[in-house]
Design a protein around this ligand. Structure first.
Ligand SMILES: Nc1nc2c(ncn2[C@@H]2O[C@H](COP(=O)(O)OP(=O)(O)OP(=O)(O)O)[C@@H](O)[C@H]2O)c(=O)[nH]1
Ligand SMILES: [Mg+2]
Length: 310
């Protein structure tokens, strides 16, 4: 897929937040000055665009410190804003990278119901098998038979073996089995799916903790990555999801999905600013080709409504 079409999907997805934001920038600059009133309006607009109050305040303060000429155009503010946002995003734009020394490199995928975990595993499985890695998938969502089938379909599509147990089986036991089998196959990468869990359900969160504990019995260094999948359409709720999952699992990175259909893409900036966790990829569609490395500058420019840099 060309870079343009995924960026196009991202732009279309962000269009709603972007239109609102650019509209607010224009109206804040009606006096063509970035005075305190204009900065206040901008800060509000950034909160509306789901960047969160803390990040919005920080951005407005940074804008306020820049020396603009008196007769300022909205485009100049958009450019400055895009630069500041890109600076926040750049350090977290880090792709998932299995370490060669790990056989296999174990990646645990967690998140609330419907956030896009299984789809993301399918997409990663395609990406890494095409890159020449041998990938094994573990159907750790033993909760629902349909979840096991869903992963099996992805396994067939990407030619990756899928380790399963019957529905209702112990998820930690399945994870242990899967690691054992992936080791026996000398696989490069083991991607473990998990059941969606509401972050306020203590028993399910305890189960996630147990999966981590049991994996360590087989490989002390596992899981090597624990990726939290967040649905961008949940907006600011994504923040509390990170906080809660971090309490029970060693979260090492994020994937933010559904940015093709979200008016709340700005939450990604709030996440980056608050947690500084790597954002390994973003989802801009349901198909396997729609998982893209997270490109900080492109995202920042799209968000504030600026065209791609020439
Ligand atoms: N538009 C869009 N849809 C997505 C994206 N990622 C996942 N989906 C869709 O979101 C729905 C839920 O995705 P799943 O991968 O099943 O989510 P899950 O986290 O495994 O869900 P549970 O196992 O039920 O907790 C499916 O219909 C996916 O096709 C994305 O980036 N964009
Ligand atoms: Mg699932």
């Amino acid at each position: 897929m060309s870079a343009k079409s995924w960026l196009g999907r991202l732009r279309d997805g962000l269009a709603q937040s972007t239109a609102q934001l650019t509209g607010s920038i224009t109206s804040a600059l009606q006096r063509r000055r970035l005075d305190s009133e204009a900065l206040e309006q901008l800060e509000e607009a950034l909160i509306m665009a789901d960047l969160g109050p803390t990040t919005a305040a920080k951005l407005a303060a940074e804008l306020g410190q820049q020396r603009f000429e008196k007769d300022i155009a909205p485009e100049e503010v958009q450019e400055a804003l895009a630069d500041i946002i890109a600076d926040i995003l750049k350090p977290v734009a880090i792709p998932l990278k299995p370490a060669d020394g790990n056989k296999p490199h174990v990646v645990l995928i967690a998140g609330v119901n419907g956030s896009g975990k299984t789809t993301t595993i399918g997409k990663f499985s395609k990406h890494f098998s095409e890159a020449g890695k041998s990938v094994v998938l573990a159907a750790g969502d033993t909760f629902r038979a349909a979840a096991i089938e869903q992963l099996q379909i992805w396994g067939e599509r990407t030619n990756s073996p899928v380790i399963t147990r019957e529905a209702g089986a112990d998820a930690a036991g399945l994870a242990f089995d899967a690691l054992e089998q992936a080791q026996a196959k000398n696989a490069d990468l083991l991607l473990i799916d998990t059941a969606g869990r509401l972050h306020n359900k203590a028993d399910l969160m305890a189960e996630l903790e147990k999966i981590v504990r049991v994996l360590k019995k087989r490989d002390e260094s596992a899981p090597h990555d624990c990726v939290l999948v967040l649905d961008a359409t949940t907006g600011q709720n994504a923040i509390s999801q990170v906080e809660t999952f971090e309490k029970v699992a060693p979260v090492t990175g994020l994937v933010v999905t559904k940015l093709d259909g979200s008016a709340k893409g700005g939450v990604l900036v709030a996440l980056a600013e608050k947690f500084k966790l790597p954002v390994h990829a973003i989802g801009v569609g349901e198909g396997a080709e729609y998982l893209q490395p997270f490109a900080a500058k492109d995202f920042a420019r799209s968000l504030v409504g600026l065209p791609e840099e020439a």
